[in-house]
Design a protein around this ligand. Structure first.
Ligand code: GCO
Length: 264
């Protein structure tokens, strides 16, 4: 029974920003579960090729496409190409994102806008063009990668928090508009994970490292592979009546106010 419920084999999943980090871990999880993975990145073809080779070495069917998720024309062209060369996209994970850690009073408007553009506007652009096909087929799954910062703030990440808070509401609105086409739109809200993006705040000796471990009931940084289960659930039949939900995978951070550092 659960075999069919959580089955994603044969499905085609586009994961934006999947050459590294959380996107890669989620794409890998779906790939190991039998989905065909469309890898996307925008930095270089070499990086995409290297990621594709890595996925393939694990027996995953993966194909790479380089395009800029903030450029609507590039997105339209890439999606048409993917659909012609690989097939219809069943699952879209809007994962590509950046962070700039700059206090608001010191932040340039251009930098603020760049974060909003990549983290909030691009999920709109990519979804708009992928979902058109899903509407025709009356079936689809969209997962927007949110954040702890969809719910709470933190010094220096104002633009990112504004984008991720917006992405939570965009998720709810997409769910509202598209549920009638049998398209489920949900979010995953990762807590603090050990990735390259968090490396600068995770290094030993940085007080933030100890702070996060103390702040997280599970008392550790997450392993990116811990996101695979949530990605599979929200990509499969098991979530067919789950709409507009943000599934936080955070070791319990949002469940608690935290504790003083001298408390076990
Ligand atoms: C930060 C982090 C964020 C978090 C993440 C929490 O500086 O606060 O780097 O990116 O890792 O988004 O959900």
């Amino acid at each position: 029974m659960s075999d069919t419920l959580f089955n994603v084999s044969g499905k085609i999943a586009l994961v934006t920003g999947s050459t590294h980090g959380l996107g890669k871990a989620m794409a890998r999880g779906l790939g190991l579960a039998g989905a065909t993975i469309i890898i996307n990145g925008n930095s270089s073809q070499e990086k995409i090729d290297a990621a594709v080779a890595e996925y393939q070495s694990e027996g995953i069917t993966a194909i790479g496409y380089k395009f800029n998720v903030t450029n609507e024309q590039e997105v339209i062209t890439a999606i048409a190409k993917i659909e012609a060369e690989v097939g219809n996209i069943d699952i879209l994970i809007n994962n590509a994102g950046i962070i700039k850690r700059t206090p608001l009073l010191e932040m340039e408007v251009a930098d603020f806008k760049e974060v909003i553009d990549i983290d909030l506007v691009s999920p709109f652009i990519v979804s708009k063009h992928v979902v058109k096909g899903m509407v025709l087929r009356k079936q689809g799954k969209v997962i927007n990668i949110c954040s702890m910062m969809s719910e709470i703030g933190r010094n220096s990440v104002g633009a990112y928090a504004a984008a991720k808070g917006g992405l939570k509401m965009l998720t709810k609105n997409m769910a509202t508009e598209w549920a009638k086409y049998n398209i489920q739109v949900n979010g995953i809200g990762p807590g603090y994970f050990a990735t390259k993006q968090t490396e600068p705040i995770r290094v030993d000796g940085n007080p933030f490292n100890e702070f996060i471990i103390n702040r997280t009931p599970a008392a550790k940084w997450g392993d990116p592979n811990d996101l695979a289960g949530a990605a599979i659930f929200l990509s499969s039949k098991a979530s067919d009546f789950v709409n507009g939900h943000i599934l936080y995978v955070d070791g319990g951070i949002l469940a608690t106010i935290g504790k003083p550092s001298n408390e076990e």
